[in-house]
Ligand binder design. Structure first.
Ligand SMILES: [Zn+2]
Length: 194
């Protein structure tokens, strides 16, 4: 009798990340992937190497944090969850993005997602778009999407698919943590997807 081994997935909290958010993310990942989730001891933003923070942008470099996840995590897959606001630096494949919800490399071992823009801030916290249910859905979608990219699932153009790119909260709120029909078919190639 053969058993499918769980893939070790380490979550690395950086900054002010609540244990509730970590629980939401860990359970979303266990729902969608055959993973054994561990939560790494938290880092403070002050622990981050110089160069990860850009003073001119007042944001952290998402590409660097994704690489840091891979280098410091204990898992085969490693996801930084941070309260820091992120930008994506220019790479060979993409131009710079002023702000991003997260960064991941296709078939990489590290990714980052930020809670910063998923939460209502200031006056927006009085508006309905910041309800707990919405925030929970955003956390789940971002976690499933970035781990999907790490295992080799590419971006998708179906607006409702968890693998679609979201450039703002309205787009993100159209998604649920679920693969579209076309992506569901391709996930059968990946043992790690439930
Ligand atoms: Zn899709």
């Amino acid at each position: 009798m053969s058993t499918v081994e769980l893939v070790n997935l380490d979550i690395l909290p950086i900054g002010d990340v609540s244990s509730n958010d970590l629980d939401v993310i860990a359970s979303a990942l266990r729902d969608h992937y055959r993973v054994d989730v561990s939560i790494h001891a938290p880092y403070s933003l002050a622990d981050l190497p110089e160069g990860t923070y850009s003073a001119s942008r007042d944001r952290y470099n998402g590409n660097e944090l994704a690489a840091l996840a891979g280098a410091n995590g204990d898992g085969e897959l490693n996801l930084v969850v941070t309260s820091a606001d992120l930008f994506a630096a220019e790479t060979e494949h993409i131009s710079e993005k002023t702000f991003v919800f997260g960064c991941s490399f296709l078939e990489g071992n590290g990714a980052v997602m930020s809670t910063h823009r998923l939460k209502p801030q200031g006056v927006r916290s009085l508006l309905s778009r910041g309800s707990n249910e919405l925030v929970t859905n955003r956390l789940r979608v971002q976690a499933v999407k970035h781990v999907g990219h790490m295992i080799g699932l590419d971006g998708c153009t179906d607006a409702t698919c968890v693998l679609a790119q979201s450039t703002d909260l309205d787009a993100l709120d159209e998604r649920e943590p679920r693969f579209c029909r076309s992506c569901s078919r391709s996930t059968t190639r990946f043992d790690v997807v439930r």
